[in-house]
Write a protein that binds this ligand. Structure first.
Ligand code: TYD
Length: 209
């Protein structure tokens, strides 16, 4: 049987990633495509438990490398339990965040370095990179304004300084450069309906190939 495609959605906080990726999945499902939505960190029972530890605002003492290891651990569990079995069944998996999030947030936001975080994650994913990544591109200022407006509950990472988020934005630009062939970059400063339409068209084209 033909394997499913592994498509990830990436972008900084405030890019509208979750809204767009869930809307795209639902529309494709209604049209009869075999597509499944999942998210990181989390997406399976064990990975959700790890997520709660990572994002708990009380865990202020968490070391940057501990954080990177926990994201990688959650990723491993989610990949093995949810992503790979679905791909084997021929189902396309749309994952809201994956390895690129760690490269940008831990590699650059936490300043561990993209290469070191990549190597740690290679152990977790055993080389399984996404087939394609829809990147919702937005500048730091617009993204941060959206977070400030839209949120009532702020998790441990949302509460980080502006400097941290600026480094994440810059980190993502490096990641786009590194993986040009894998990236479908969309302008996420446009209204969310337009971004959703563009993302839908892009993913459908991949499925129809
Ligand atoms: P997410 O649930 O996607 O939150 P949001 O809806 O705010 O995008 O992710 C939670 C946080 O975890 C988010 O701030 C990004 C961060 N994160 C990392 O720092 N590294 C990672 O590898 C992943 C997957 C997420």
């Amino acid at each position: 049987m033909k394997k499913g495609l592994f498509i990830t959605f990436e972008g900084p906080d405030g890019s509208g990633k979750t809204t767009v990726s869930t809307a795209v999945t639902e529309r494709l499902q209604k049209e009869g495509y075999r597509v499944r939505y999942t998210r990181e960190p989390g997406g399976s029972e064990i990975a959700e438990k790890i997520r709660n530890i990572i994002l708990d605002p009380e865990n202020t003492a968490m070391d940057a490398r501990t954080e990177a290891l926990l994201y990688a651990a959650a990723r491993r569990q989610h990949l093995v339990e949810k992503v790979l079995p679905a791909l084997e069944e021929g189902i396309t998996v749309i994952s809201d965040r994956f390895i690129d999030s760690s490269l940008a947030y831990q590699g650059c936001g936490r300043e561990i370095g993209i290469q070191e975080v990549y190597e740690l994650n290679l152990f977790a994913v055993e080389g399984r990179m996404p087939d394609k990544t829809v990147f919702l591109d937005i500048d730091a200022e617009t993204g941060l304004e959206r977070i400030a407006k839209g949120r009532t509950y702020l998790d441990r990472l949302d509460q980080e300084s502006i400097d941290f988020h600026e480094r994440v934005f810059a980190g993502y630009q490096k990641v786009i450069e590194m993986y040009r062939d894998r990236m479908i970059v969309l302008d996420a400063s446009l209204p969310v309906e337009e971004v959703t339409e563009a993302a839908y068209q892009a993913v459908r084209a991949l499925l129809d190939e």
